[in-house]
Design a protein around this ligand. Sequence first.
Ligand SMILES: [Zn+2]
Length: 99
Amino acid sequence: MTVAPESVQQSATVCWCCGREFDDRDLVRLGAHPEVGVCLGCARFLQRRAEEREDQLRPTRGARLRGVVRSVREWVISRRWHELPVIGALLRRIDVRLP
Ligand SMILES: [Zn+2]
């Protein structure tokens, strides 16, 4: 079965957070405002910001531990180690699994 070219829709949309262009399937939409889409990387960033805010509002032992992880992450990013060829890829893989 072939698909007519006019039925294939290539829709690139701009992320409302970082401003980069993405294919529509790579964006997460807001429930009440479906016109707003953020890319997966920005969605992960926003999730971490929300968790940080929750930790500030309700400090616990786990919140302090997540704060240490955040501090280490910011320290690594400030030195741009996450952009290094080999160690950067490893650091990014580890980061995906961290809170
Ligand atoms: Zn984005």
